[in-house]
Design a protein around this ligand. Structure first.
Ligand code: FES
Length: 119
């Protein structure tokens, strides 16, 4: 198995540039692909734009008291930290590391290897 490699992508110059609307979930773009950014207890998480179940727009959902993103369509829940489907339907939500640095907000995505061709 080869080691995973990540590339950091800048999604904003400052966290305040992201529009967290009323639900603490913003939408950002990396290379034209949308992702969701969720804020929970001063921590920031990056995860899929669409729900792995049937494509619900996760930014239209909400973050519950435990830090799960709740999909607006069928209310399946996912842990923003590790993508686990905490309501138990067996799905997995893509998610990525986020870093807030002085020069901006960065999200890491895997590069190289077979699947990196598409990133
Ligand atoms: S599409 Fe998200 S729970 Fe069904």
């Amino acid at each position: 198995m080869s080691e995973k490699k990540y590339t950091w992508h800048k999604i904003a110059d400052h966290i305040n540039e992201l529009d967290f609307a009323g639900n603490n979930i913003a939408v950002a773009e990396i290379k034209g692909k949308k992702i969701s950014i969720g804020k929970y207890k001063e921590e920031v998480f990056a995860f899929a734009y669409k729900c792995p179940h049937a494509g619900g727009i996760l930014a239209d959902g909400y973050i519950d008291a435990l830090g799960n993103i709740v999909c607006p369509l069928h209310r399946y829940k996912y842990d923003m930290k590790n993508g686990r489907n905490t309501s138990g339907e067996g799905y997995y939500m893509k998610h990525w590391p986020v870093e807030i640095r002085e020069e901006g907000v960065f999200v890491a995505m895997e590069t190289g290897g077979l699947f990196g061709w598409f990133s």
